[in-house]
Design a protein around this ligand. Structure first.
Ligand SMILES: N[C@@H](CCC(=O)N[C@@H](CS)C(=O)NCC(=O)O)C(=O)O
Length: 215
């Protein structure tokens, strides 16, 4: 399997953590697409992923799968023992719902803030910026943090009693927020406690090691 990504990108982090959870890192060849040079907006990459975003998974037969959620789902069912996307219909539904909320209410909002209300990837890449919209999305991300804090007051993990793809999606939001220096409010104690706990996971440590020593 090939994965086109950028070593410390927050969305790529989600797939790298999922790969580590599944013990699949050794089976992957990573191909670097330099976000800061805008390689993801060049025709060669757009031919692989219409959306011009990372990461993208390419299977041996050439099949291309973009979107963190879709890639994670593929990886999770590959060996017939899903651990991240749920087993029962209810688990699958809840994990899907909470993953989507993590994206819409938190991580994607941080991303819009980064691309629109900060210099983002720089003037060569950010051809259109709308700072007001970016600030609105910053507020939305803060609201999202408070929502997940409330959720984590009621259960140990984002979608229930087990670590899942939804936790990885919230973690992606935390990783992106840290990169753009958007602090999680101190009063979000349950979110902070969950963050400290999931940071201890071997998969998250493996991701940190890859960021420190890019591959
Ligand atoms: N919905 C996509 C979002 C992916 C995404 O935004 N990736 C970032 C990398 S951290 C990216 O490619 N950003 C470049 C840009 O939007 O210009 C997913 O889940 O994979």
């Amino acid at each position: 399997m090939k994965i086109y990504d950028w070593y410390n990108g927050p969305y790529p982090a989600r797939v790298r953590i999922a790969l580590a959870e599944k013990g699949l890192l050794p089976k992957v060849e990573f191909v670097s697409i330099d976000l800061w040079k805008g390689e993801h907006k060049q025709p060669a990459f757009l031919a692989l992923n219409y959306s011009g975003t990372l990461p993208v998974l390419q299977l041996e037969d050439g099949t291309l799968i973009a979107e963190c959620t879709a890639i994670t789902q593929y990886l999770d069912v590959l060996d017939g023992t899903p651990t991240l996307t749920g087993n029962t219909p209810a688990e699958q539904g809840l994990i899907h719902m909470m993953t989507k909320r993590a994206e819409i209410e938190f991580m994607d909002a941080v991303s819009v803030y980064f691309h629109h209300a900060t210099p983002g990837l720089g003037p060569q890449v950010e051809l259109y910026q709308n700072a007001e919209w970016g600030q609105r999305m910053r507020d939305k991300a803060l609201r999202g943090m408070r929502y997940f804090d409330a959720v984590l007051k009621t259960r140990p993990y984002v979608a229930g009693d087990e670590f899942s793809m939804a936790d990885i999606a919230v973690l992606g939001g935390m990783i992106f927020a840290a990169l753009v220096e958007l602090p999680v409010p101190a009063e979000c104690e349950a979110l902070h406690a969950w963050h400290a706990r999931v940071n201890e996971r071997a998969s998250v440590q493996a991701w940190r090691a890859m960021v420190a020593q890019p591959r």
